[in-house]
Design a protein around this ligand. Structure first.
Ligand code: FAD
Length: 380
C-alpha cells in the first residue's frame, strides 16, 4: 500500500509510541488484567483515537486505511490496547459521526475522538448476542426524555468509559425494527457498571464489564437518528467495526510471525537450524501466504470504506479470514517455539489467548459466514 505523507505520519507516530510505551507495558497489563489508562490517554493526545474523523469533531481527518494500519501496528505487540482502541474509535465514535446531529457530534464525538473521554458500545445482553433483535433493555418515551431499564454484558471499556452508545427497545413488539440507539454519560442517575470485571482467556489488558440501567432518564436529544430505526445504525457500526477486528487479528499474526522468523534462524536441533526442517518451512510458508491474503482483504475493505461503498460482504470476509488465520498462526508459532512458546517468558502464549476473541466479537465466525453467503446469494 502506498501511503500519503499524512497517512505515513500517523502510522509512524503510532509505530514509535507502540515501541516506546505500548510494547513495554503489554505483558504487564495482561498479567495484572489492568486497563492501560496512561497509554490510552497519550494515544488520544497523539491523535491516534480519532483517525477517521474530521478535525472539527476532535479527529485528525484521515481515513480507515490509516486507522486499520495503526490498529494493526499496535496489535503486533499488544492486542488488548488495540481492542480498547477499536471499541472506542470503531464502535463508539462511529455511530455518532455517521448518524448523530451536529450538537451530538460536538458534545460527544469531539471528546471521544480526541481521547479526552473514553467510549464504550453496549449492545450485548445476557440473552441477546448474535440475535440482536432479542435485546430486552427498554427505552420508554416520556415527554422530553426516555426512561431506560435493562442490562448489558461483555462490554469493552464498561468500567472505564465516560460516554456510552446503548441499544434499547423502544417498541418491544417490533423486534429488529423496534431498536433505538442512545448516548449515555457516566454518572447519569440509575446508570452504572455493575463493577464486575470479566475474567477472560485473553485480551486481559482490555476492560470488559457489565452495565445496569435502572430508570435512567435520558434526554430525547440523546437519541441517535430516528426512534425504532436503530438497527440500521447498528448494522453500519458493526460492519465498519469489523475492519478494526480484522486489523487486530492481522496485527497479532504479524507479531507472532516476526518472533518465528528470528527464532528459526537461531535455534538448532540435531545440528540444524529449525528453518532447515521441511515441516517448519511449511508452517512459515502458510504464515506468509495467509498474512498476505488477510492483508489484501483488509486493504481492500478499508479502501472501499473510504470510498463510501457498501462493505457488508467485504468487511465480513476480511474479519473472518483474518480471525481464522490468526488462530492457525498463533498455534503454529507456539509449535515452532516448542516449550519456549508455551512458556509465559515469551508473548506467544498471550498472542494465542488474545487471538480467540477475534472469532467472537463484532459477530462470530458463524455469523460472518451467514452474512457473506446471504450477500453473495443476493448478488446472483
Ligand atoms: C472480550 C469481549 C469483548 C466484547 N465487547 C463487546 C462490546 O464492547 N459491546 C458489545 O455489545 N458486545 C461485546 N462483546 C460481545 C460479543 O459481541 C458477543 O459475544 C458476540 O456477538 C456473540 O454473542 P454471544 O456471546 O451471546 O454468543 P451467541 O450469540 O449465544 O452464540 C453462541 C454460538 O452460537 C452460534 N450462533 C448463533 N446464532 C447463529 C446462527 N444464526 N447461525 C449459526 N450459528 C449461530 C454462534 O456463532 C456461537 O458459536 C464482547 C465479547 C467479548 C468476549
Amino acid at each position: 500500500m502506498q501511503y500519503t505523507e499524512l497517512q505515513k505520519m500517523a502510522i509512524d507516530t503510532a509505530g514509535e509510541f507502540t515501541r516506546k510505551k505500548i510494547a513495554p507495558a503489554a505483558g504487564l497489563i495482561d498479567e495484572r488484567e489492568e486497563f492501560p489508562l496512561a497509554n490510552f490517554k497519550e494515544m488520544g493526545r497523539l491523535g491516534l483515537l480519532g483517525i477517521p474523523y474530521p478535525e472539527k469533531y476532535g479527529g485528525v481527518g484521515l481515513d480507515y486505511v490509516t486507522y486499520s494500519a495503526v490498529v494493526r501496528e499496535i496489535a503486533k505487540v499488544c492486542a488488548s490496547t488495540a481492542m480498547t482502541m477499536v471499541a472506542h474509535t470503531g464502535l463508539t465514535a462511529n455511530p455518532i459521526f455517521n448518524s448523530g446531529t451536529e450538537e451530538q457530534k460536538l458534545k460527544y464525538l469531539k471528546p471521544v475522538a480526541s481521547g479526552e473521554k473514553i467510549g464504550a458500545f453496549g449492545l450485548t445482553e445476557p440473552s441477546a448476542g448474535s440475535d440482536i433483535s432479542s435485546i430486552q433493555t427498554t427505552a420508554k418515551r416520556r415527554e422530553d426524555h426516555y426512561v431506560l431499564n435493562g442490562a448489558k454484558i461483555f462490554i469493552t471499556n464498561a468500567n472505564v468509559a465516560d460516554i456510552f452508545i446503548i441499544a434499547a427497545k423502544t417498541s418491544q413488539e417490533k423486534g429488529m425494527m423496534g431498536i433505538s440507539i442512545f448516548i449515555l454519560e457516566k454518572g447519569m442517575n440509575g446508570f452504572k457498571s455493575s463493577g464486575k470485571k470479566e475474567r477472560k482467556l485473553g485480551m486481559r489488558g482490555s476492560d470488559t464489564g457489565e452495565l445496569i440501567f435502572q430508570d435512567v432518564i435520558v434526554p430525547k436529544e440523546n437519541l441517535i437518528g430516528k426512534e425504532n430505526l436503530g438497527f440500521k445504525i447498528l448494522h453500519q457500526t458493526l460492519v465498519s467495526a469489523r475492519i478494526g477486528m480484522a486489523a487486530i487479528a492481522l496485527g497479532i499474526s504479524e507479531g507472532a510471525q516476526r518472533y518465528c522468523l528470528e527464532y528459526v534462524k537461531q535455534r538448532k536441533q540435531f545440528g540444524e537450524y529449525l528453518h532447515h526442517f521441511q515441516s517448519i518451512k511449511n508452517m512459515l510458508a502458510d504464515m506468509e501466504m495467509n498474512i498476505n491474503a488477510a492483508d489484501l482483504l483488509l486493504q481492500k475493505v478499508a479502501v472501499m470504506k473510504d470510498e463510501g461503498r457498501n462493505i457488508t460482504k467485504e468487511a465480513s470476509e476480511a474479519k473472518l479470514f483474518a480471525s481464522e488465520t490468526v488462530m492457525k498462526i498463533t498455534r503454529d508459532a507456539i509449535q515452532i517455539f516448542g516449550g519456549y512458546g508455551y512458556s509465559q517468558e515469551l508473548p506467544l502464549e498471550r498472542f494465542f489467548r488474545d487471538a480467540k476473541v477475534t472469532e467472537i466479537g463484532d459477530g462470530t465466525s458463524e455469523i460472518q459466514r451467514l452474512i457473506i453467503a446471504n450477500e453473495v446469494i443476493k448478488k446472483t
